[in-house]
Design a protein around this ligand. Structure first.
Ligand SMILES: [Zn+2]
Length: 372
């Protein structure tokens, strides 16, 4: 169940809300750390709790291939298997399957693909993806969708849109037939970079009726202008009473933009992936920790951050760990980057509740872009 709390009265479409699940409440707008294969890289469940994560992501396709459903069934749920006592959203894996260039074949019934692990063949249907997510017992389940690779022709976009709509209807039927009532299922809006197709997709999904709606097929290499154009077009048209989820984005700038248009939920591998590459987010802009200038710098990474890493270690030490390829480099950097994202969302929520979202946005961007 989704309950809107506040809408920013400063002129933007930003809003706060509470998404209630059987595993707990989620304050929105929210950032969801990505734990594709049942693990958020570099951080334990204890750390995730301590930095304030309220929900994490898993990926149906990856979990289906490995460890497989037999052991999840035995454990009782994905939550129990990975010892995470809060909500989980599972992506269907459509995105991963269609990224297997030349190794997947779409037909009306479903999609045939070769495992990226050992090349063995599998066939997934919208119905079987619902069944797998029921075994995972994910609180928020994404339907199997199809998207055209970027750049795509009008015909490819239309095909992906039609398949996505057809599959969404069947997935919803299956979910209502066999799914657990306490879980939610979201539809995914496709249509590439065409505004008319995006509208058509949203309209058809709304007619089917989901618990929430996601914008898919963005952050796949399109230009910043196209990203902003599609978000500006589609998000204000989404049912305001339902949660709005932007899949796979983004940078702090993209998040601010999307929140302003009315997006409630985000996920992105960037905080953890960048952490492993020594690229760190701070309130004064991005920091490349391998940089020579940090060699003798005993100050914290970010004086405005209260995370374990910033409270206990210096830039010089973090640089040393990175240069020496110590495992602790990935761990400490991931703790910081995730905490930065979660704090960022918390500040966004506070600014909306105080009718000061636009003011917060401008102040944040000024400091973030100015750098140190
Ligand atoms: Zn920190």
């Amino acid at each position: 169940m989704f309950k809107l709390k506040n809408e920013d009265n400063g002129g933007a479409g930003a809003r706060t809300g509470v998404l209630s699940t059987k595993m707990g409440d989620i304050e929105t707008p929210v950032f969801m750390p990505v734990g594709t294969a049942g693990a958020v890289k570099g951080v334990t469940e204890e750390v995730l709790n301590s930095i304030g994560a309220s929900i994490i992501l898993g990926n149906t396709y990856h979990l289906f291939l490995r460890p497989g459903m037999e052991v999840i069934k035995k454990a009782g749920s994905l939550h129990k298997f990975i010892s995470w006592k809060k909500p989980i959203l599972t992506d269907s894996g459509g995105f991963q399957i269609f990224s297997l260039q030349g190794n997947s074949k779409v037909e009306e019934k479903g999609v045939e693909f070769k495992s990226h692990l050992d090349g063995s063949k599998f066939f997934l249907t919208p119905e079987s993806v619902v069944d797998i997510q029921n075994i995972l017992d994910s609180d928020i389940q994404m339907v199997l969708d199809n998207f055209a690779p970027n750049p795509s022709s009008h015909k490819e976009d239309k095909f992906a849109l039609d398949i996505t709509t057809l599959w969404a209807r069947r997935a919803r039927e299956r979910f209502l037939e066999v799914g657990k009532r306490e879980n939610m299922q979201f539809g995914i809006i496709q249509g590439g970079l065409n505004e008319d197709m995006r509208s058509e997709s949203l309209e058809k999904l709304t007619r089917i009726g989901f618990d929430g709606y996601a914008v898919g097929g963005l952050s796949v290499g399109e230009s910043r202008e196209d990203f902003l154009r599609i978000i500006s077009h589609i998000v204000p048209a989404m049912d305001p009473q339902k949660p709005h989820y932007l899949m796979g984005s983004g940078t702090p700038e993209e998040i601010l933009f999307a929140v302003e248009k009315g997006i409630d939920m985000f996920d992105c591998v960037m905080p953890t992936r960048n952490a492993r590459n020594g690229s760190l987010f701070t309130w004064s802009g991005k920091v490349s920790i391998k940089n020579e200038k940090h060699k003798l710098d005993l100050s914290p990474l970010d004086k405005d951050c209260g995370c374990y890493t910033c409270k206990n270690f210096s830039r010089a030490y973090l640089r040393h760990l990175y240069i020496s390829r110590e495992i602790n480099s990935s761990i400490l950097n991931s703790i910081h980057n995730l905490r930065f994202y979660l704090d960022f969302m918390q500040k966004i929520r506070y600014s909306i509740d105080s009718d000061k979202f636009l003011e917060f946005r401008d102040k944040f961007l000024f400091k973030y872009n100015k750098g140190e």
